[in-house]
Design a protein around this ligand. Structure first.
Ligand SMILES: [Zn+2]
Length: 57
């Protein structure tokens, strides 16, 4: 459990995402995630494995 880094709302299902405005990985709620995604503010990450990652799509 935590708080959304954008709207400050407490949520059970926070998502981690790289945000262009914050220039780092933040926790955001689904609402803000959707909004940011629609505005093309999120940077898709290749996961936390380190190496590799699919570059398709
Ligand atoms: Zn939010």
């Amino acid at each position: 459990m935590g708080k959304c880094d954008i709207c400050g709302k407490e949520s059970l299902s926070l998502l981690y995402a790289r945000h262009k405005d914050y220039n780092s990985t933040i926790k955001i709620c689904r609402e803000c995630w959707r909004k940011a995604w629609d505005e093309n503010k999120l940077i898709p990450s290749g996961g936390s494995g380190g190496s590799g990652g699919c570059s398709c799509g």
